[in-house]
Design a protein around this ligand. Sequence first.
Ligand code: PLP
Length: 624
Amino acid sequence: ADLYGVKSWSGGYFDVAENGDLCIKPSPASKTRVSIPEIIAGIRDRGFEMPVLLRIENILDSQISLIHKSFGSAIKKLGYKGEFRGVYPIKVNQQEQVIGEICAFGSRFHHGLEVGSKAELITALSHLTDHQACLICNGYKDAEFIDLALYARKMGFNCFLVLEMPSELELVLERAAALGIDPQIGIRIKVSSQVGGHWAESAGDLSIFGLSASEVVDALDRLKAEGKLDCVRLLHFHLGSQVPNIRDIRTAVHEVCRMYAELAAEGCPMGYLDLGGGLAVDYDGSHTNFESSRNYSLEEYCSDVVESVMTALDERDIPHPHIVTESGRATVAYYSVLLFDVMDVSRLENRPLPDVVPDDCPDPVHNLLEVYQAITPRKLQECYNDAIFYRDEMRQQFNLGQCTLRQRAMGETIFWAIMRKVADTMDDLKAPPRGLTDISYPLASIYYCNMSVFQSLPDAWAIDQLFPIMPLHRLNEQPTEKALLADITCDCDGKIDHFIDPREVKRVLELHSFEPGEPYYMGAFLVGAYQETLGDLHNLFGDTNVVSVRLGEDGGFDIVREQEGDSVADVLSYVEYDPKTVAGNFRNTAEQAVRDGRLTPQERRDVMKAFRNCLNGYTYLHSK
Ligand code: PLP
């Protein structure tokens, strides 16, 4: 059985091999499978340690081409007259390598870029060479930003300045006049339809971006007065990221098309309709409108969008615009996998139960043993309730000095034995009592993982975003443990205890037994979007090593790029320490220890060596 739901969430890029290894496929249609544990062995042989962010170039290439081909076939099938022009929003993952690869793989489709700041505009201008590709400038703008975008236009870039707020228009007009360059203006509107999901606030009347209907009218009047209405070429809206329900997309597209038609009727030449991001990723594989999923396929999204635009504009006889989408998540999520190893496990020990409880023990301890002996499948809920009641009573008596430490320890041993027996009995029941479904959670083992949730999976911590997480090998073995994952930061939020499941969110993950000295590798999937950018330096765990691979159709792989993760010295310098001063200070302290007779000069040498190794080494733990 597909215990981890790989077939449902993998988009066809991951698969379990007969030997129990998780494999990557270069594209959903490919028959080739490359084992992730073999890639890990290759990475480790070259001296790279876990955790590693693995980027699979083929997947990025394949996703860009799937998006374009799906829009292409919807356009062809429906007889739509405009073209599809995808752009990638740089904020979703700004890493140089990612932007470079998107421009390279996207060039055959004229895939463009979307920027929301001056820094992102600079990035785009240094990578984009295709003048048919769109360069969409969203975000708040000052004169410097606008000037650069105007110069880009003059140089032949298909660059659009999108008005995010009314006051931007004056500045655009002023700078355009000063430089003598006519801009291509886009207008971002507030749509009234709002959607479900984590990022719903990008739309609706209270959205902080975009122009309201009356502000659009003001802008049109102002442009008319300046004789610049012919600069208005694009209408933009963004419903929010990860829109799980296709109905919300259809409703919003219809509203935006009405607005597009009105702008055309006002005399704007138009030509481009930019539907923003929002194309969701099915993180949990449930194919539903749950916030970590989507109730539509890529093909459905494309044909619904094209059909809605066509229907709305044909009614008014308005020429079909080029359709622009700014899909970030759907483009890059699949392409990165966080690989990490388990360092240790802590589990609730199965201690032997007493046959009888000594007479001098307080009553609740006696009661707990009776509850244990009374457990039957039909009395699970009752036994569970009683166990909690007697355990709390025993603890109260302990606080009042009526129960000794040893008596309490005996009572707690019996309590946990009850919990385990209830959980085991429940596993055998077809319809376990509803109130007990969370019982595995307090009994779960804790798997300590060599990574930082804050650095590598920030959305899992900040907004309870679900990512598929699973072992990368031994998948032909039945897991024996129920576990939650703890990272190596010293923060009690540094854990993962919500896991994907097609039916409900699970609090524990089924894992194989961990044998000290034997590597146990796990992966967090679909982490290519937003996670690298939003990750932080909590506890000074820095960027992980990054390794990019290209898979061959022969089942081999080439390591095409390696990027060393941060050293301790690197992260110290990010928070304004000078590593040389840090080392100098410590050397002085060590020399003082020699003067005080605590260290010999030779010991000082060893201490300094250990200090330097740590300072120049990786911020994560070395595997044993
Ligand atoms: N465009 C704009 C204006 C955005 O604000 C965002 C992100 O929220 C995106 C595109 C990317 O959205 P997604 O990653 O859902 O495709």
